[in-house]
Design a protein around this ligand. Structure first.
Ligand code: CU
Length: 95
């Protein structure tokens, strides 16, 4: 039935765009021990494809990252900081 197929395609297309939503996670980066560390962490996170914004708070030892969840994952973000020498864990997430 042509009509229902078109409807399914339209719903699938809509759902596809809905999934590709910006998402924000907070990463705990406990090993940042001097004011230069956040710069390295921020650089590492910004390099991950799909990351739109990165804010690193040295006082709280946290990084807040906004990313396109169709292009990257929280796991890829923690891997990126670990590869830069700063293992991190996800402590919070919106959505
Ligand atoms: Cu440092």
């Amino acid at each position: 039935m042509k009509t229902s197929l078109a409807l399914v395609a339209a719903v699938a297309a809509f759902a596809g765009t809905a999934w590709a939503a910006p998402r924000t996670v907070t990463l705990s980066v406990p090993t940042m021990d001097c004011p230069v560390c956040p710069i390295t962490v921020k650089k590492a996170l910004t390099k991950v494809p799909g990351v739109v914004q990165t804010d690193v708070n040295f006082d709280k030892r946290e990084a807040t990252v906004t990313f396109d969840d169709a292009r990257t994952t929280p796991e890829a973000l923690t891997r990126a900081t670990k590869d830069a020498g700063y293992p991190s864990t996800v402590v919070g997430s919106t959505k």
